[in-house]
Design a protein around this ligand. Structure first.
Ligand code: PMP
Length: 390
């Protein structure tokens, strides 16, 4: 009989290995562009001002930690509606629920699809955030990979993407990054969103939009424009949202799942399934982070300060993108990409060379965090990359 001791070891995540390697490197000029968190000019990931203020307020006013129920904080999900859904905020066919991070929202969304339509295939662009694949497979659904980005040509493989999704059948799922594509930084433009949306409608596909970096691309509304176009056009939409990046509350696990169907009744039934699935997995989402986000969004002054600090974060990303593009014409493509990530067309050997010779740590894929370097390290980063890039 099988025992725990008979388990094979799991293959360790290459990004986690990279973090360990970087941490173990004691060279003082080390640059860690591997891990995907926001960093300021000093290399820190600070708690946002409005978040700190909300935590204080919460500490002072919270008089109970008794259970809230499997929906978590209902006011939190309501307050996110105008931010995420914009003009669709008042659409009562859209229902939302608090989740443990964007990851929890994705898991619920895909598990819900698996209940409704176990034959659905999930079309996932390549490359993508690596966890999309195990979550989908873990829910028992088949993955169909479609080409998304040509790293070496530094452009979206739009024609190939369109050809692939034109091959999807009614009920198949298309997983899209709402903005700030991870790992490439390459977002669809407005025309491309329209084209993709047209195919979704024509072929009767189910869009699942993963929006984990809203506000870190062009702005809160601009970053949700593609999603909102899909909401305009489609009766059924799933949105897996995360506040972990735009509120910088990563470890507090703050997300939301929005479900749209053709009627309020059908959405409520779908939500009933989602709550049952959540109950099996975590029963209720953790409260603190969502309570903090709610406290910010209930207070106009804190909301204004959160937006201002988010603008500062975005400006820093854009400034570094400009700096990298200005420094070398081969990095020009980085200027107009979005969010925290971009990819360098490097071989694994070149990535290794940067690591060993220059103490620069990035993923083997060439993905790097735009914010991984402090302001005074940008020149050294560009020079080292320019020395190896093809
Ligand atoms: N989607 C994408 C594209 C991501 O990059 C991430 C986090 N790296 C998530 C979802 C999950 O975010 P969270 O930490 O809120 O679970």
């Amino acid at each position: 009989s099988a025992r725990l001791a008979d388990l094979d070891a799991v293959r360790s995540d290459s990004l986690l290995k990279l973090i360990a390697l970087a941490n173990a490197d004691s060279r003082p000029n080390k640059i860690d562009v591997g891990v995907g968190v926001y960093r300021d000019g000093q290399g820190n990931t600070p708690v946002m001002r409005a978040v700190k203020a909300a935590e204080k307020k919460l500490w002072e006013t919270q008089d109970s930690k008794s259970y809230l129920g499997s929906k978590g904080d209902i006011a939190y999900a309501d307050l996110l509606r105008p931010i995420v859904l914009g003009e669709h905020s008042g659409d009562e066919r859209i229902v939302g629920v608090q989740t443990p991070g964007g990851c929890g929202a994705l898991r619920l969304a895909i598990q819900l699809i698996a209940r409704a339509n176990p034959a659905a295939r999930v079309f996932v662009g390549m490359p993508t955030w690596p966890n999309h694949v195990p979550i989908t497979v873990g829910c028992g659904l088949e993955i169909v990979e479609y080409p998304y980005y040509d790293r070496d040509a530094r452009r979206i493989r739009f024609d190939e993407m369109m050809a692939a999704i034109e091959g999807a059948s009614a009920g198949d799922v298309i997983l899209l990054h709402g903005c700030c594509h991870n790992p490439t930084g390459a977002d669809l433009d407005a025309d491309q969103w329209r084209e993709v949306t047209r195919v979704i409608v024509e072929r009767d596909l189910l869009p699942l939009v993963d929006i984990a970096y809203q506000g870190l691309g062009r702005g809160l509304d601009e970053d949700a424009a593609g999603l909102r176009g899909i909401l305009d056009a489609c009766d059924e939409v799933l949105v897996a949202q995360s506040c972990d990046k735009n509120f910088s509350v990563y470890r507090d696990r703050v997300g939301c799942l929005f479900i749209k169907t053709a009627s309020r009744e059908a959405s409520d039934i779908a939500m009933g399934h989602v709550l049952q699935i959540a109950r099996e997995m975590w029963s209720m989402p953790p409260d603190h982070g969502a309570a903090v986000v709610r406290t910010v969004l209930q207070d106009p002054a804190l909301t204004a300060d959160w937006r201002a600090e988010l603008d500062e974060m975005r400006d820093r990303i854009l400034r570094i993108r400009d700096k990298l593009a200005d420094a070398d014409p081969r990095l020009e493509y980085i200027r107009n990409q979005m969010g925290m990530f971009s990819m360098l067309p490097l071989t694994p050997e070149q990535v290794l060379q940067l690591r060993e010779r220059d103490a620069i740590y990035m993923a083997d894929s060439g993905r790097f965090n735009i914010l991984g370097m402090a302001d005074d390290a940008i020149d050294r980063f560009v020079a080292a990359v320019a020395g190896v890039i093809g």
